[in-house]
Design a protein around this ligand. Sequence first.
Ligand SMILES: Nc1nc2c(c(=O)[nH]1)N[C@H]1C(S)=C(S)[C@@H](COP(=O)(O)OP(=O)(O)OC[C@H]3O[C@@H](n4cnc5c(N)ncnc54)[C@H](O)[C@@H]3O)O[C@H]1N2
Ligand code: MOO
Length: 422
Amino acid sequence: MKTIAQVAAELQGYDPQALSADAVNEFLARLVTPTADTQEVPLFDALGRVLATDLVSPISVPPHDNSAMDGFAFDGALLSQGESITLDIVGTALAGKAWQGSVGHGQGVKIMTGAIMPAGMDTVVPQEFTQAAPDGRITFASTAVRPGDNRRLAGEDLMQGRPALRAGEVLGPAACGLIASLGIPRVRVMRRLRVAYFSTGDEILSLGEPPREGAVYDSNRYTVFGLLTRLGCEVIDMGVVRDDPAKLEAAFSEAAAGADAIITSGGVSVGEADYTKAMMRQLGDVAFWRIAMRPGRPMAVGRLGSSILFGLPGNPVAVMVTFLAFVKPALLRMMGAAAQPAPLLQARSEEPIRKKAGRTEYQRGLVTRAPDGGLQVRTTGNQGSGVLSSMVHANGLIVLHHGQGDVAAGEAVDVLMFDGAI
Ligand SMILES: Nc1nc2c(c(=O)[nH]1)N[C@H]1C(S)=C(S)[C@@H](COP(=O)(O)OP(=O)(O)OC[C@H]3O[C@@H](n4cnc5c(N)ncnc54)[C@H](O)[C@@H]3O)O[C@H]1N2
Ligand code: MOO
């Protein structure tokens, strides 16, 4: 396990007072390591979990060549023998009930979708392309199909003995279905990460407390809870901790004893009545950063015991942005996930945006379809770092990169879509 100083020494030009957003992610990628603990779970409990080992197919899927259509199976070589093909139908192949006979020249078998292709047949003509003759034979135009059409090959989805999924895959609905198609009822996944969260600040009210002058209700507790839950973490919710050294010490110690990661909000800027930073410093190995970004400038990162600490700034939108930009990738790494960050989308800005070069800015944006069919994006109003309503109306963050300057109306910008994270 590396210390903050060791990681800092590995990075060129590390300056905690002027870090770029990219440098933060580079730092965190070196600081955090994947957990080693795994567990086996029934497939229904595997959704959203991270696969712990490569999954090798015990069988091929599909197990046999089979029909993709309801129709008639025959030997595709017959198609070259004239404009109209006539088949003598000598049997029926049902899904789950193979037809065992053999066929001669000019013969075919009625076949259902999913039924095993009878021996010697490689092509299926769909029923609706055929005409039934009164003598029980069927005819169809030879142009209706080509040899090999409407046949699904054994192993075309998954081949026995080959890896079907790699360790590190975050199991979504499709992956769970794929595992089921292999007949596998239980899978080994990484242990869930336990993440403790508390809000700090004397002006923060818990829900249920009466309003008080100068105080605000604790919204960060709920946004962080939602973000962590969507990420598949086990949340240890510790509510609000007052700006009191004994209470903060108790909270940090309790969190460090039970959690893989600790997230706090507030108290990481330069304010005076703040014991949060002092306590982080006293109890752990912590760096205090000023990041060249907006929102989310001040942030603390470090280690308390064996837990990773993310001290996020108090402003509600800064909490969410720093979570998406830094905490989420770091937690995914700790979870053992191989997931690459979703690619940024490009959309044309519907308006000019003022932007200072030399910092990364995240603006709340709404991406919609433009009249010409392309994508367009507009900001969702007040971009203050305490304004949650513009976050609610957004479906992504416009990412104005470190070196980028003002944006003209109609210019393409990058957007990080929320994609279910928010
Ligand atoms: N002189 C300077 N002042 C500030 C700087 C700076 O660089 N120099 N940075 C500003 C930035 S940027 C931010 S962000 C804040 C971060 O300050 P803290 O992390 O110390 O956070 P607080 O002061 O405790 O709170 C900031 C703001 O957010 C509200 N808040 C806090 N917690 C919650 C919560 N759980 N739910 C809802 N709202 C919360 C709090 O009431 C404050 O309004 O510092 C700037 N100042
Ligand atoms: O971290 Mo702050 O949100 O830039 O106000």
